[in-house]
Design a binder for this molecule. Structure first.
Ligand code: KG4
Ligand code: ZN
Length: 388
């Protein structure tokens, strides 16, 4: 089964072509083509993602990325140019720039050998989601392939199950129930998966997402967007130099009985601490980064342990942009191997932690294998607040 997957929910534009073979238990998951472009440089001066700019950039990038992915997959075959039928062009009426590029490129190439087009339908920035969805619908109409709308968070859950293997991935099926800790720029959730494609959010942040807190604290320290990797670098050098944190930040809700999180107070604590200082030196930045990262990790570990104890999950999966964090990966690997040796821990490959289309293809693959119902292409819509 070959799937073309598209991801445009935030500031990464991604197109992947994967070939999944075998049953759910032992799928070989080959990446035939993979093209991804980060818009970080475009948004950096705004200190965060600017939705209308994200939409424009996706529109500009999708055709070149599709071309690259098709070419890598050896699916790029020229043919005698024909016209884009008006009903296909109409689908892209609100994506002017994309339509122009679509009309130049698509009629010149033969329909690739794919079984379906998967696309992120939410959650995310709606204008950004619509570009990917309209693109998927236009390709689907032009090539007569079904569209499979995918929940971006399901992609993050499943990304942990893709184990690197000879240049591609192997889809690991794992003992259920699975508990996923999803930590990204927009979400912090504990999700219980009792069965395939069946998710229950058992805990989530009441205010800021973890990634958002990393980004806001980085901004206070004068570090560029996205702040997560910057804070992580500072904290790491503090650790390497043996710098003592000597700043004490709170661990919000760490002893609370629910599975919920709160990170706004942690961010505000950093703000108040900084306000009292006459000067923010590099040394102070390191200390704050170290203590902030440790506080976040402490909370994530404690809350995950509690959820594991209550729900008796057999597998623990991490996912989302923040799961690229070296310290969080290290502490999770250490803690759970020691304290929960019977729980299988899945940490996604670093290239699958941030937004990508491979995880969207993985979700589509599982949906196709399990014959999950899919709407008609014309009924697929963007839903910024889509929940699992
Ligand atoms: O999953 P993702 O790429 O996009 C969303 O769906 O939100 O997550 C992006 C978030 C950003 O807030 C970024 O600062 C954070 O992930 N992030 C990190 C690291 N790398 C990315 N946070 C902490 N440490 C990192 N190494
Ligand atoms: Zn994401």
């Amino acid at each position: 089964m070959k799937i073309l997957a598209i991801e445009t929910s935030c500031d990464e534009t991604a197109v992947s072509i994967v070939e999944a073979e075998g049953a759910l238990e032992n799928t070989r998951f080959g990446v035939l083509g993979n093209a991804l472009l980060s818009q970080v440089g475009v948004h950096q001066r705004y200190g965060g993602v600017f939705p209308s700019l994200a939409k424009r950039e996706h529109g500009k990038n999708l055709i070149p990325l599709l071309q690259k992915a098709l070419s890598e997959a050896k699916m790029l075959r020229e043919k005698k140019k024909s016209d884009v039928p008006p009903q296909v062009a109409n689908i892209l009426a609100r994506e002017r720039e994309l339509l122009v590029e679509f009309q130049k490129f698509i009629p010149r190439i033969a329909a690739p050998d794919i079984d379906a087009v998967a696309v992120t339908a939410g959650p995310g920035l709606e204008p950004a989601l619509w570009v990917g969805i309209n693109f998927a619908k236009a390709l689907s109409a032009h090539w007569q392939k079904p569209v499979i709308p995918i929940n971006h968070m399901e992609g993050h859950v499943l990304s942990a199950m893709l184990r690197q293997n000879q240049g591609g991935y192997e889809f690991e099926t794992v003992p259920l129930p699975l508990l996923a800790l999803l930590v990204s720029g927009g979400h912090t959730q504990l999700v219980l998966m009792r069965d395939w494609l069946n998710y229950e959010i058992i805990g989530e942040t009441r205010d800021d997402a973890v990634g958002e807190a990393f980004d806001k604290v980085a901004r206070m320290l004068g570090l560029p967007y996205p702040g997560g990797p910057e804070i992580s670098k500072l904290a790491e050098s503090a650790r390497a130099e043996g710098v003592a944190p000597d700043v004490k930040l709170p661990r919000p809700m760490i002893h609370d009985a629910t599975n919920d999180f709160s990170f706004a107070g942690l961010k505000t604590a950093v703000l108040y601490y900084l306000k009292k200082l006459p000067e923010v030196t590099e040394d102070i930045k390191k200390k704050i980064a170290l203590e902030f990262e440790t506080a976040v990790t402490d909370v994530l570990v404690a809350k995950t342990k509690k959820a594991l104890d209550v729900h008796g999950a057999k597998t623990l999966a991490l996912g989302g942009g923040v799961s690229a964090n070296k310290e969080i990966r290290r502490i999770f690997a250490e803690t759970f191997a020691r304290d929960y040796p019977h729980v299988r821990l899945l940490i996604p490959a670093r290239e699958l932690t941030g937004d990508n289309a491979i995880m969207i293809a993985a979700a589509a693959h599982v949906r196709l294998l399990l014959h999950a119902p899919a709407p008609k292409a014309t009924e697929v819509v963007a839903r910024g607040n889509l929940s699992l």
